[in-house]
Design a protein around this ligand. Sequence first.
Ligand code: ZN
Length: 432
Amino acid sequence: MEMYYQKETETMDRSALKNLQSERLVRQVKHVWDNVAYYRQKMEEKKLTPDDIKGVEDLYKLPFLTKDDLRETYPFGMFAVPLSECVRIQSTSGTTGKRVVSGYTQGDIDLWEECCARAITAAGGTKDDVCQVCYGYGLFTGGPGLNGGSHKVGCLTLPMSSGNTDRQLQFMVDLGSTILCCTPSYAAYLAESIHERGLRDKIRLKAGIFGAEAWSDEMRRNIERDLGIKAYNIYGLTEMCGPGVAYECSEQAGMHICEDQYLAEIVDPVTLEPLPYGSKGELVFTSLTRKASPLLRYRTKDICILDDTPCSCGRTHIRMSRPMGRSDDMMVIKGVNVFPSQIETVLLEQGYPANYQIIVDRLENTDSIEIRVEIPADAFNGSLATVTEMEKQLTQAMKAMLGIYAKIRLVAPRSIERSEGKAVRVIDRRKI
Ligand SMILES: [Zn+2]
């Protein structure tokens, strides 16, 4: 039987949900206009006042925000309440420049933790569970978010934080953890360690809630098999409180967005025009309830698809696919959006190594794409017929993923130059 943390909200009739969103959007725009000078100026530049926003149908009129805006207004320029109303700061890792800080009132934290509680409940969590949280605690939102959600559900919460695998496994066994929250790569590592130490019969895990990094369905299947659990995806970003913005239900077919709190849009990453549900584009969020750091039309740079078809779990909130890439990395080839991550997925699925190069060119006004990939050492038998057949199969798989023809060129093992730093995967000759 499907369980909900806030059934009324999670299964709300869509027209009632739209009314709720409209009401909250109107209030939020007014709140931002009154309290965030930086955004008010952006609205004024577009000759907008709060009166122009009467409901979700007017959302498209509002200006976008990006990480650059948050860096420009660092640290408190986007805050909409006095600091005396804030009770916490969380921050992004700052791996790509200046950190972004995000402020929370107590109310913001409660709403955030409710989203995480929905995710834990959707994964089958109840007050009888033992929830081991091994996301990092601290400025990173992973640990605090799931910790708070676990408290709300009433699970016995183990605030492990990341690392120290010996202790993680000892507690997992001794305290009988049933739900594991961490990054998918750490889950895979824990699974390996459990196998090596012969602990498989001693663990009682039933579910895992994994996020904060990209992972494939193949990785999901492996983790589920190795740990004997059902593995659920969770999505979030510090700019929208943290994890729990979207989460998977028992169907494991896309993540339900907490639409009563977050208004989601898909836009064309080049023209920024809103696109209908079902289209692939950049995910944009508007925070409908956040008081301290309320962001309107924040561009996540994540590329995904929104799905508004009904889900058999009974939740009415739309689902987002897992992010397929970053709009920063997107190439437009023959008018089609192509991401290096899609190409890598196909290569790995077909048993090729992640040593490849993508060469994009334009001849006589027509774009072309060529993918050079090393033949796996154990598949190389020197036969030309084998190579031709492998190229043919890979071409078909690539066409199915990308929707356009890409020329495949298999090259000898270890012939693609290795890089010490970040590998150069894409050579776009159209730009040279
Ligand atoms: Zn569902």
